[in-house]
Design a binder for this molecule. Structure first.
Ligand code: NAI
Ligand code: MG
Length: 363
């Protein structure tokens, strides 16, 4: 088949939840005659243990060559003392950089059956469906110069540089407008133009891009600190929020907690459109990490990885119908009262990772 998917389970519960998605892939081949060209590889600590590096050049080449990478999670306490360059996280960062995955999509949605799991009032979050779009390859996490320098008086200074160029802002803006057109048609662009020059440019470029290419989309602007407050005060006011790397890191974690369940949050990272093939590099992964505290116990919640796969179906394989089907099955299973330990509520039935998937397949 021409649906090339590279599967990188990684460490801890990563391989456990990825395995459950592969059961869905099997089901699709058997019941829907939809097949994928699957390849599996190692990343993170698992790759370090075998090859001495968290990402081999071969695996990177496979990733670049695939239509989508399905990623689990990396990291573990046994790797905490490794040198910086071979830490498990470096494998993921290198993938993001080399695949030029500049657009990080983090939906925050609340399934009806889960509205009580949020720490916020039920009516504030029930039916919530917002998308945080974070610029992922630029900004203060990469800008030069950066470092820690010794000063003549014996003290030190640590510094980073926030940099954004016009093309970097335009390409993330285009993704925001595209997404909004498939949703409620609203984009909120978030920066701090009141105190940062990169923010002044960000706002100016977004405004111009909207005039030129923003048909059918309503654009407004918000300062990042206000956005943090509004996300907690009235999250349903938003549709798509587009912002830089640093603010996006923080705001997406904030939005994640509106839903109250880390084990249910998917994400996608998209790259530029290849001018020859017309395809985008893409990597799909849950928001959660490798959860060493529960690894190997068979109790991890597979839903975040399932929803990440649903995003792959929608954005990389043009299989929106199958994506809807998978999401609906998840909705139904939750409605029927099944819960993994992390999302357990009163009166619900506690199930293992595999039983959760059994029920999903039945639905
Ligand atoms: P974590 O997300 O792995 O775990 C936080 C808490 O949530 C833990 O109590 C864990 O048991 C629970 N949890 C997370 N996912 C779950 C799931 N699917 N089902 C049930 N419970 C779940 O974050 P933490 O503990 O800060 O980091 C653990 C390791 O993961 C570290 O090595 C960290 O560097 C790495 N990490 C990797 C990420 C990635 O690969 N993208 C992202 C975040 C952390
Ligand atoms: Mg974060």
């Amino acid at each position: 088949s021409n649906r090339k998917m590279l599967v990188l389970g990684g460490d801890g519960i990563g391989p456990e939840v990825v395995k459950e998605v592969l059961r869905v892939v099997d089901w699709m081949a058997k019941k829907r005659s939809v097949s994928f060209d699957l390849q599996e590889g190692l990343v993170g600590g698992a790759a370090y243990d075998k090859h001495g590096t968290p990402l081999t050049d071969e695996t990177l080449a496979d990733a670049v060559d695939s239509d989508a990478v399905l990623f689990g999670a990396v990291g573990g306490t046994q790797y905490d003392d490794l040198p910086f360059e071979v830490k498990p996280e470096r494998g993921l960062l290198r993938l993001r950089k080399e695949m030029d995955l500049f657009a990080n999509l983090r939906p925050a949605m609340v399934f009806d059956a889960m509205a009580d799991a949020s720490s916020l009032k039920r009516d504030l979050v029930s039916g919530l469906d917002i998308m945080i779009l974070r610029e992922l390859t630029g900004g203060v996490y990469f800008g030069q110069p950066r470092g820690i320098d010794d000063l003549p008086d014996g003290t030190k200074k640590g510094y980073d540089t926030q940099v954004y160029t016009t093309p970097e802002i335009e390409r993330i803006g285009r993704v925001a407008f595209d997404l909004a057109r498939k949703r409620d048609g609203r984009v909120t662009s978030v920066e701090k133009a009141n105190v940062m020059m990169s923010g002044v440019l960000w706002r100016e470029v977004m405004t111009n891009l909207h005039k030129a290419e923003g048909e059918g989309v309503v654009l407004d602007h918000m300062y990042a600190d206000n956005c943090a407050m509004q996300l907690v005060r009235n999250p349903k006011q938003f549709d798509v929020i587009v912002t830089d790397n640093l603010f996006g890191d923080i705001l997406s974690d904030c939005a994640a907690m509106l839903t109250g369940s880390l084990g249910m949050l998917p994400s996608a990272s998209l790259g530029a459109v290849d001018e020859v093939t017309g395809k985008r590099h893409a990597l799909y992964e849950p928001v959660h990490g490798s959860a060493p505290d529960i690894a190997g116990k068979g109790i991890a919640n597979p839903i975040a990885e399932m929803l990440s796969f649903a995003m792959a179906l929608r954005y990389s394989f043009d299989m929106g119908e199958e994506a809807d089907m998978l999401e609906q099955a998840i909705q139904n299973v939750l409605k029927s009262g099944l819960r993994t330990a992390d999302i357990m509520q009163d009166g619900m039935a506690r199930v293992s990772t595999t039983v959760m998937t059994d029920s999903l397949l039945k639905e």
